[in-house]
Design a protein around this ligand. Structure first.
Ligand SMILES: C[S@@+](CC[C@H](N)C(=O)[O-])C[C@H]1O[C@@H](n2cnc3c(N)ncnc32)[C@H](O)[C@@H]1O
Length: 255
């Protein structure tokens, strides 16, 4: 289990999340995930489980195509996703352990998969995805980085509403290339309704694994797994990839 303190962004700062990263910024990538899942599924997928659904940004677009069940560890994040996606089912749970009583045509884990910081945690999340994926269905994992293409970076961004605004700086590097983690130090400047600015900081410890580890774990759990280039106008071709697992009907997992 992750011993790091709870991240402010997903708890007391959750009401600021959609100003940090806005639902409208996810149109293109949500469409890539939809098309990829549909093209690899046996039959037309109708139901989808998202693990680590956060603010529900991808869900706000995917819900036009799928019946969504959204699982997140943080009750505060579930609250803001419920405001954006009231028609979706929301469930509090840990992607390593949660067991719902149904299977889905598709399982999706977006950037929340980066919080799996050891191979054991990553395997647990993949087992959860396999458990909930129906035979013939597809699981799509969309990590921010794999070891082979990881580059240290500094990014900034943020949005304004009519009365509030946020700007953030995200400084990412890998202190020890021999372990399975990298660091993202995030600083948030939060401007409230009175124009007063508060500064907050989170230390995000994220997982970093070679492509081989992703594919091996997915295959060991039971998926027919492959890596697919992430196709998005804002990223260099070949700089990002997603992992897709097809749950073969009748195949027994090597759990
Ligand atoms: C960056 S946010 C996800 C945003 C999401 N991709 C979206 O479209 O809005 C990461 C989320 O992962 C969740 N998370 C982290 N560890 C988790 C775990 N073990 N199980 C479930 N959710 C987890 C956090 O609570 C947070 O809401």
């Amino acid at each position: 289990m992750n011993p790091s303190p709870p991240l402010k962004l997903y708890h007391e700062l959750a009401p600021w999340f959609h100003l940090l990263t806005a639902p409208e910024d996810y149109v293109e990538e949500a469409e890539f995930y939809r098309k990829t899942i549909v093209s690899l599924s046996d039959g037309t997928p109708v139901t989808m489980l998202e693990l680590g659904s956060g603010g529900g940004n991808n869900a706000s677009h995917l819900k036009a195509h799928f019946q969504l069940t959204l699982v997140d560890l943080s009750p505060d994040m579930l609250d803001i996703s419920r405001q954006l996606n009231p028609e979706c089912e929301h469930v509090q749970g840990d992607m390593r352990l949660v067991r719902l009583d149904k299977q889905f045509d598709a399982v999706f884990i977006h950037d929340a998969i980066m919080y799996m910081t050891s191979e054991e945690e990553l395997r647990q999340a993949i087992e959860t995805a396999y458990f909930h994926c129906r035979p013939g269905g597809v699981t799509l994992l969309a990590p921010d980085h794999v070891s082979e293409t990881f580059q240290p970076s500094t990014e900034h961004g943020g949005h304004d509403s009519t009365d509030r605004g946020i700007r953030y700086l995200d400084w990412t590097w890998d202190p020890d290339p021999d372990d399975t983690n990298y660091i993202s130090e995030m600083v948030y400047l939060l401007k409230d309704e009175q124009g007063d600015v508060q500064i907050e900081h989170d230390h995000h410890r994220m997982g970093l694994f070679p492509r081989h580890t992703w594919l091996t774990l997915m295959a060991e759990v039971g998926f027919d797994a492959r890596s697919i280039p992430f196709d998005h106008s804002e990223f260099e071709p070949g700089s990002l990839e997603v992992f897709v697992g097809h749950k073969i009907s009748g195949k027994k997992p090597k759990l």
